[in-house]
Ligand binder design. Structure first.
Ligand code: GLY
Length: 339
């Protein structure tokens, strides 16, 4: 078992281990009230909900299940879940447990952050992506018809429990998606080396990813400066994700986005071929990933609608080298020339 304590406006522990031993004690050390809402999607419900709920039998547990998939991270389901808490008379002292991947984590965290202006939140991520990224750092969101993650808050959890054994049930698409985010960390300052990307997911690898995230989030919780580095590959990645109607996994879109970032960096910083090859090698360390090419005009149009953009341009994460990322404000005109 490894533990990381994140020091933001709220201090909280992340436990990384194999198995569920200690989970009950972890949850009970964090909660106060009598009621717990376990929020999950229909897929995780079948796999893990009863095992988790059986640990909580002394408490009054309400299970809230919504259909899986990004298309269900919407306002309708959000309001339904909030209403379920209200109908079950949840108070400010009660707790939400989000049990699932990125979609459930974002939804559960938004619910916890807004119900009665904020109740306790414990995250139990079940996908690689949510283990190494979205369950930590306090971003919460649902999507609106106009775009992804447009309605959200910053709200840190009270605790995060990562059971690596959940990875065993993941389909290939989810595994590839998770590696997209892990590969992203290899370009940021930290301890991830190319050889780490060749091995299977381990406690050590997840720890190394989260140490990078911890350091960044502690310094810039609300993404006014260096937290933007975590968006490497995401500006173009989100645009592609949307243009592909979410048929390509998030992590693979991030990898495509990093490829764009490398090409733009090459032109912007006049990088040597040697540096570019080093960056490309990392990108392909898990082999090929899904690729689809989209018209650059369309990509830029999508980027204009991204919440990270301003009226005249976007903060783009470029790479001077591996572990030397740089946030550069590019106008849309510059982006058009460089992309
Ligand atoms: N997923 C990027 C961040 O948490 O800032």
């Amino acid at each position: 078992m490894t533990k990381i304590t994140v020091g933001t406006n709220k201090n909280y522990d992340i436990i990384i281990q194999r198995g569920l031993s200690g989970l009950k004690e972890f949850i009970f050390s964090l909660i106060k009230g009598e009621k717990i809402a376990v929020i999950c999607d229909d897929v995780v419900d079948k796999l893990y909900a009863s095992e988790i709920i059986s640990l909580l039998e002394e408490k009054n547990v309400v299970k809230i299940v919504f259909p899986h998939g990004e298309q269900n991270k919407n306002a309708e389901n959000y309001i339904k879940i909030i209403n379920t808490l209200a109908e079950n008379k949840f108070t400010r002292h009660d707790t939400v447990i989000s049990l699932g991947g990125g979609v459930v984590g974002d939804m559960g965290a938004l619910v916890a952050s807004t119900y009665m202006r904020g109740i306790r939140l414990i995250a139990i991520p079940t996908t690689i992506l949510s283990m190494v990224d979205s369950s930590v750092g306090g971003k919460t969101a649902i999507d609106l018809p106009a775009g992804k993650n447009l309605l959200g808050t910053f709200y840190q959890p009270d605790g995060v429990f990562i059971n690596l054994d959940f990875i065993k049930s993941l389909p290939e698409r989810e595994i590839k998606s998770g590696y997209g985010e892990i590969i992203k960390y290899a370009y940021l300052e930290g301890e991830i080396e190319p050889k780490d990307l060749e091995s299977e997911i381990s406690e050590e690898l997840v720890y190394k990813c989260l140490k990078i995230k911890q350091k960044i989030v502690e310094e810039d919780e609300k993404e006014s400066s260096i937290r933007k580095l975590l968006n490497l590959g995401h500006t173009v990645g989100h645009a592609i994700e949307s243009l592909a109607n979410y048929k390509i996994s998030h992590g693979e879109c991030v990898l495509m986005g990093i490829e764009y970032a490398i090409n733009v960096s090459k032109k912007y910083f006049l990088l040597s071929n040697e540096k570019v090859e080093k960056m490309q090698k990392i990108l392909y360390s898990r082999g090929e990933f899904t690729k689809e090419s989209f018209d650059s005009e369309k990509i830029i149009e999508k980027i204009k609608n991204d919440k990270k953009s301003s009226f005249d341009g976007v903060d783009f994460v470029l790479l001077k080298d591996v572990k030397k990322p740089k946030i550069v404000k590019l106008t849309f005109k510059e982006l058009k020339e460089l992309i």
